[in-house]
Design a protein around this ligand. Sequence first.
Ligand code: DER
Length: 234
Amino acid sequence: LSQDELKNLAADKAVDSVKSGMILGLGTGSTAAFVVDKLGLLLSIGQLSNIIGIPTSKRTQEQAASLNIPLSTLDLHPHIDLAIDGADEVDPNLDLVKGRGGALLREKMVEAASSSFIVVADDSKLVSGLGGSGLAMPVEVVQFCWKYNLVRLQGLFKELGCEAKLRLDANEKPYVTDNGNYIVDLYFQNPIKDGFGAGKEISALEGVVEHGLFLGMATSVIIAGKNGVEIMTK
Ligand code: DER
């Protein structure tokens, strides 16, 4: 099965947990997009009704609107029944790295407001320790003196061989999030040992808005791999 087929399998399994009448957190990224597509389909054939979606990015909002999924906001629905979203890394404790899609702030706000949070991923996302994939661990920072914070973030994790880079868009300009901020991506040579400690240190830096460590947040993780679909719970 291709990676996309695996993502779709995981998405389908997660949507089995959606009941009519639910307030749903709608994730961002290619796996979450399969979830939104499926919700739109089930609504259109009447298998689901009265759901309200709280999107985690402008692009998810656009996709859901195009599928006639009724949408609202955290302001109007501060308690969400179920959020479904992808992840970039999943460790054995169901702790996550998220945000390579640039939506980490709104994702974390929505998922923290949700009674249940189901993560959907293909098995390429499994890591033994966060930061272990060698891929980006994003930090959203204000634009003001972003370089000052890039240097401070890199300094926090010198012993892990951390390299910090400002995320650029396709035109080599600084990537700007839905919230008007920049993203500093952290690349580790060695995995983070104490995720909670690292998250606290990052959040303590003035001008840091949010980071991509989603710790103790996932209720379950649906992993699609060569052995089929497995559900990881705590
Ligand atoms: O940016 C995000 O947090 C996305 O959910 C990302 O982590 C997963 O994206 P993917 O499903 O396209 O791999």
